[in-house]
Design a protein around this ligand. Structure first.
Ligand code: ADP
Length: 723
């Protein structure tokens, strides 16, 4: 527009100048031209000025927008800066407010960062410490590691925790460190960050607790030791009491006196059993129990237990019967003595708490996961146990019914000991209701089957069918189980006349008394076997005369049952049967015996026993005297106490053997008298050259057996106390 204005103005000026110049003179024309030129120049100047003004105003706008933008950016920047400052302050505040010391070190262990707590803890000035190597001073007795080491790159531990006992401004303190490796993108270790917490109080508490625990354990051990010593000390006088009662019972007594002496003996036996329990329990408690696994036969253990306890059951007019299932291995690795101890306890309890019916022991294989177990179950038809008492009875000194204590003797230790033993074997123990009343005590222990072990013969009686005549349901069920385990069959009595189910053997129970109550034997066509309690063993020979084909002593062994049903003689007659009548039947040579014993009551006891058997006894009260005596004269055998004042029995035996070797005189058998074979150590006795040992109180039958063995010149086996 400006441009067009300018051009228009110029043309108008030229037209006006041309028109005017038409009639004008030279001078006028020049003037007009000048004027025109001047006007054009003015117009151009004005246009230029106007243009310049327009341009500059546009620039100003642009500049202003730029300035506004700039100002905005500046504001944002300063806000961000403030935020950053705030965040940094907060972050530092956080680190500094930490009770934990936080520190970062470069890979060359130079300090790159530390929070307030860190600098304060180690008494460092940040401006001096930063950039310098740092490692805390370890306590001289400290075995803790120096800082965690993350050397190298790549995988390795990214976090290490450890405790250090270090010097701080507060003295020696325990610091629990936790170190992290900080790596760059390539996995190279850049820094190590450590966070340390003062755990001195916790350490002290731990140390105090450990000390307290050690003290308690020591006290407990001392207590168990005290208990063991006390039990031992009580045993010595008790041996006197029991021994004397036994001696007295071997004399002529009025019935009244005999009853009293018998009462003393029984009470003494009960007290000794109690002491044995307490000793056992304290041994287990103090951790002194070590199991001694060996190859054992479950069948044999079961037979031993029921034969031992059978008479006790029969005396109460109840039955005891055991059945070992067909798939039970004949050899497992286990501590046989301890297994027996548990069984004696459970079966003994069952007999104690049962007045009618009987007790049945079942053994079978069981599996749990990959493991093989042997499961023992003792079922009785007795008083049973209230549901709410079941958990407690396995604790020590617990009896389910305190009124029992008066009716049934016992300490409440048996189950506690059994439980601990079973657990030590890696097994489990428990109790449930027996169907029809009474209880079932069971336990299962891992059974490592001895390689190549045979299994029970589950086929011996196949094709055999027995009928059982008894009034006692426990016996009937037990015998039925035994026969079935052997592959045989049991005919119901009601079907005796039935041709197809007819039995080929009859088992007739004669009750539990010493005087058998017998039904008349059946017609001869059927084999009939009478079952006698051990107490009626003396009548066994009469049974054939009465018309029975054979007899069996209860509790019946499975192997004997099979033998008799098949009409075979057993090789394994009960031990008691073989040895019955042995005592006193032998004519003995009179021996010259040296007795070394410092306790006068024990000495009297053994002397009397020996004298009554026709031996002559020389008595000494110490090892030294024993040595002198053996130098002076020759003895047929020497009985020596272990604990004697001047020289103990072991040393005495050793010296006697040495003198024999020196002088070339004949070897005299030496037998130790010990209170406790475990305590004395039979190895020590044998090493010292002894030939055997007898436990106190000396059992007359054991003494006889020992003397017989010597008279017959048999080598003596160390004799142990019965389990
Ligand atoms: P003890 O028999 O010496 O008292 P135990 O530890 O062997 O001690 O048994 C603890 C208690 O458990 C017994 O006193 C008795 O009350 C109860 N008990 C154990 N076995 C049986 C059982 N077969 N029938 C009923 N009660 C039993």
């Amino acid at each position: 527009m400006q441009r067009w204005g300018t051009i228009g103005l110029a043309i108008a000026t030229l037209v006006a100048a041309g028109w005017a110049a038409w009639g004008w003179d030279q001078h006028q024309r020049v003037t007009l031209l000048n004027l025109c030129l001047l006007g054009a120049a003015a117009v151009i100047g004005v246009a230029l000025l106007f243009h310049a003004v327009m341009v500059s105003s546009r620039r100003t706008e642009e500049l202003q927008a730029l300035a506004a933008k700039l100002e905005y950016s500046l504001k944002a920047l300063s806000a961000a800066n403030a935020q950053l400052n705030e965040s940094e302050r907060r972050y530092k505040g956080l680190l500094d407010a930490q009770g934990d010391a936080i520190v970062r070190r470069s890979s060359e262990s130079r300090l790159t960062f530390g929070n307030d707590a860190f600098f304060k803890l180690f008494g460092l000035a940040p401006e001096l410490a930063l950039g310098k190597p740092f490692a805390p001073e370890l306590h001289p007795e400290s075995r803790s590691p120096v800082f965690g080491n993350f050397a190298g790159s790549g995988t390795g531990y990214e976090r290490v925790v450890y405790d250090q006992h270090v010097r701080t401004v507060h003295g020696w303190r325990w610091i629990a460190w936790e170190d992290y490796a900080i790596r760059n993108g390539m996995g190279r270790l850049v820094e190590i960050q450590s966070v340390g917490r003062d755990v001195t109080e916790r350490k002290h508490l731990e140390q105090a607790l450990t000390a307290a625990r050690d003290k308690a354990e020591a006290a407990n051990r001392a207590k168990s030791g005290f208990l063991a010593t006390m039990s031992h000390e009580i045993r010595t006088p008790m041996n006197g009491v029991l021994g004397m009662a036994r001696l007295m019972l071997e004399t002529e007594l009025k019935p009244e006196q005999r009853a009293y002496a018998e009462a003393i003996r029984q009470s003494g036996d009960a007290l000794m059993a109690l002491i044995a329990d307490i000793l056992d329990f304290s041994k287990i408690e103090s951790g002194a129990l070590t199991l001694q696994p060996e190859a054992v036969t479950p069948h044999k253990i079961v037979e031993d237990v029921v034969e031992l306890l059978g008479p006790r059951a029969h005396a109460k007019d109840i039955e005891l019967v055991a059945n070992v299932a067909a798939d039970t291995p004949r050899a497992i690795r286990a501590d046989g003595l301890r297994l027996k101890q548990i069984l004696i306890n459970l079966v003994g309890n069952a007999i104690k708490f049962t007045d009618k019916g009987g007790v049945r022991l079942d053994v079978a294989r069981a599996e749990a996961g990959q493991r093989q177990y042997l499961r023992f179950a003792v079922r009785d038809t007795g008083v049973g146990i209230a549901q709410d008492k079941r958990g407690a009875i396995f604790g020590e000194f617990v009896q389910a019914d305190s009124s029992h204590a008066r009716r049934f003797e016992g300490t409440g230790l048996g189950l506690a000991i059994s439980k601990r033993l079973v657990e030590a074997m890696g097994g489990d123990i428990g109790v449930t209701d027996a169907p029809g009343g009474g209880s079932v005590f069971w336990f299962a222990v891992p059974a490592e089957v001895v390689r190549g072990a045979r299994f029970s013969d589950g086929k011996r009686l196949s094709g055999q069918r027995a009928a059982i005549v008894t009034r006692n349901p426990v016996l009937r069920e037990g015998l039925t189980a035994q026969i079935r385990s052997l592959g045989g069959d049991v005919a119901p009595l009601a079907r005796m006349g039935d041709e197809f189910a007819a039995p080929n053997v009859l088992l007739i129970d004669a009750g539990t008394g010493a005087e058998p109550d017998l039904p008349s034997p059946p017609e001869k066509t059927l084999r009939s076997i009478v079952l006698l309690p051990a107490a009626a063993r003396g009548r066994a020979q009469e049974m054939r005369a009465l018309g029975f084909s054979d007899y069996l002593i209860k509790p019946t062994r499975q192997s004997s049952l099979a033998d008799r049903i098949l009409g075979q003689r057993s090789a394994d007659q009960p031990v008691s049967e073989q040895s019955a009548g042995a005592v006193g039947s032998k004519t003995r040579r009179s021996l010259k015996i040296l007795l070394a014993e410092d306790n006068p009551i024990n000495a009297m006891l053994v002397r009397e026993l020996l004298r009554r058997r026709g031996h002559s006894v020389e008595e000494v009260a110490s090892g030294g005297e024993a040595l002198k005596s053996t130098d002076r004269q020759r003895f047929d055998f020497i009985l020596t106490d272990i604990h004697m004042p001047d020289m103990d029995g072991i040393e005495t035996a050793r010296r006697i053997r040495a003198r024999e070797a020196e002088t070339g005189r004949a070897r005299t058998p030496i037998v130790a008298l010990t209170a406790d074979t475990v305590e004395t150590g039979k190895d020590a006795c044998i090493e010292a050259g002894m030939d055997g040992f007898l436990t106190k109180p000396v059992d007359p039958a054991e003494l006889d057996a020992m003397i017989d063995a010597i008279s017959e010149g048999n080598s003596l086996q160390p004799r142990e106390a019965a389990a």
